[in-house]
Every structure is written in C-alpha cells, then in structure tokens.
Design a protein around this ligand. Structure first.
Ligand code: FAD
Length: 285
C-alpha cells in the first residue's frame, strides 16, 4: 500500500524504522529483529540505506522480506550521492519488481573522500527522476531544526519546497526532542506552501552514549529536561531504557494530542523498545 493511502485512511498512524545488516552474516539477526517489529502491526516499516550505498543489497532484501513474508508495507530508503543514474535505475527496477511501492528519496551524507558526482547534487534530482517513473509513492527527509549544512532554517525550507515540488508525496522528519521545535517548523512549512503530509520522527534514546554521536550527525538540540534525564540515568542501561521509552512515549502522545496524526519511531532494530512504546500507546493508535 502507498504511504499516502495509509495516511488518508488512518486517524493516527505509527510506523517504525529498521536498518539493514552490514554483512551477510548479520542478516539473520537483523531479520529476526525486523520480524519482532512487524509483529507489532505498524502502519509501515521503513528500511534505511547504508551511507555510501554499501548495504544497498541488504536494504532492498529487508524491504522485500517486510512486504513478502511479514505482510507489512515497506518504505525503502534510497540515497543518490554515491550512485550514478544507471545504479539508481537498477535499484528502482528491483524495488518495483518486488512490489515495493514506497521510496524515501535521499541525497545521503557527503562521504569524507567525496570526489564529486556528475549525476546528483541534491535529493530533489532523485525525487524528480523517481517521479518520472510514475509508480512510486515518494517520501523526502525534512529537518525541524534545519539541515546541518543549511545557513538558516528558512533557507532549508526554501530548498525543501523545491524538493516537494519535484514530486514528494510525503515527508518524514529528522528526530527532535522538543515538540515545540516541530510545531514551529510545521507552521513555517505550511506558510511556505508545502501541503503534503509530514510524518514526525521520534527517537527513543536508550543509550546515554548514543546521544553524543546523534547530536553530531543530526544537529538537533537537547532540551534541559532531556539533558537532566541523560545526566541522571545515562550510565545505567536499564534505567536509561525505561526513561528513554517514557520520554519518547510522552512526546508521541503530545504530538497526537496536538493534531499531528503520523509518527515514525526510530526504533533502531530494537523490538523490545518498539513493543514497549506500542504498549504505552494502546487505545491511542
Ligand atoms: P537534500 O534534500 O538534498 O538536502 C541536503 C542539503 O542541501 C540541505 O542543507 C538543503 O537545504 C540543501 N539543498 C537542497 N536543495 C538545494 C538547492 N537546490 N540549492 C542549494 N541547497 C540545496 N541517510 C542515509 O545515508 N541513509 C538513510 O537511509 C537515511 N535516512 C534518513 C531518513 C530521514 C527521515 C532523515 C531525516 C535523514 C535520513 N538520512 C539517511 C540522512 C540524510 O541522507 C542526510 O541528512 C543528508 O545529509 C541530506 O539528505 P537529504 O535527502 O535531506 O538532502
């Protein structure tokens, strides 16, 4: 099913994200984690695409497994900065033949050894190319606090509008820990004339050390309440897991309560964490 149709039919939606294995040996354990997440009946599962395209085979294979064996709608991520047109064409053909209907079209992070790419500079070019095929429901990434490379949030939203105009059907947001940042972003996005659905991305942080890396990658700010939680529980894995799940649950309930109908959980191949959030939302979604 296309994500846009899911969003049309559901009052509230909840989806989860998984990442593919880096090696063939890890395929079985990742696949087992994905099975556990699929058992929670999410509205869809999105499958990330390894930076630099290194795990692209496994990414497609996991998306196919989600659809064929687990009967859950997959969203296959696809990044272009380390690919050429022929490579992208081959990947889209594989996804289409497998029946995968949703693609999250990304530029990808610029690799350290980047020597330039003659075919792609921005995700909008990939979006336009996928749009030409006519058969996929196309997602794009967005950043409530601005993409780290952008000078200002307004500039980033201007660029986001170009990407949407190239053919996005929905957007999924980067994680954020302060819902006020997301609400303010949504206001700016709508003012900019972007009318497609925006799915709010929420990350349950269950590991205090995770946070430093994530901060560097995502550029998102940490509210004082969140920082105090990390200070208090970051060194105690069991307490941090409980606190991180509770914080994410509270964020999600607040989003739904404020009229944001679609939430995507960065569940990071942790079925127990996804299940705890699902349980906490019983009766809500
Ligand atoms: P773009 O939309 O191309 O934007 C990149 C930067 O260029 C932004 O600063 C933007 O403002 C600017 N820009 C865009 N168009 C123009 C223009 N015409 N002129 C000037 N500037 C412009 N990475 C992966 O490797 N694999 C994944 O599976 C993955 N999944 C993700 C899922 C989500 C929901 C999100 C939010 C991010 C994900 N990423 C993933 C990370 C993403 O690849 C990086 O954040 C990357 O740096 C930007 O990708 P993009 O598609 O947002 O790029």
């Amino acid at each position: 099913m296309k994500v846009t149709n899911i969003l049309k039919t559901k009052k509230r939606s909840l989806s989860f994200e998984v990442f593919p294995p880096k090696t063939g040996e890890a395929f079985a354990s990742v696949s087992a984690a994905v099975d556990g997440i699929a058992a929670l009946s999410p509205d869809f599962i999105s499958v990330t695409y390894g930076a630099g395209g290194g795990t692209s085979e496994y990414s497609a294979a996991i998306a196919e497994h989600v659809l064929r064996d687990l009967k859950v709608t997959p969203v296959a991520h696809l990044s272009c900065i380390s690919s050429d047109r022929a490579d992208v064409e081959a990947k889209l053909t594989r996804l289409k033949e497998a029946g995968v209907e949703n693609v999250l079209a990304l530029r990808g992070d610029i690799p350290a050894d980047f020597a330039g790419n003659l075919d792609y500079t921005y995700a909008s070019e990939l979006v336009a190319e996928i749009k030409e095929r006519g058969c996929f429901c196309i997602g794009g990434a967005c950043y409530p606090e601005g993409h780290p490379e952008s000078r200002t949030l307004f500039k980033d939203i201007e660029n986001l509008k170009r990407k949407v105009d190239a053919g996005c059907d929905f957007l999924t947001s980067q994680m954020f820990f302060d819902n006020a940042a997301f609400y303010s972003f949504m206001h700016k996005v709508r003012e900019a004339g972007i009318t497609i659905p925006v799915i709010a991305g929420v990350m349950p942080v269950t590991n205090g050390r995770q946070i430093k890396r994530m901060m560097a990658l995502s550029g998102c700010t940490l509210p004082a309440r969140f920082r105090r939680m990390i200070d208090a529980f970051g060194d105690d894995p069991v307490a941090m897991t409980g606190a991180g799940i509770a914080y994410a649950t509270e964020q999600i309930i607040d989003l739904y309560a404020n009229g944001i109908p679609a939430v995507h959980v960065y569940s990071m191949n942790k079925p127990a964490v996804a299940a705890a959030i699902r349980r906490n939302l019983e009766g809500i979604v």
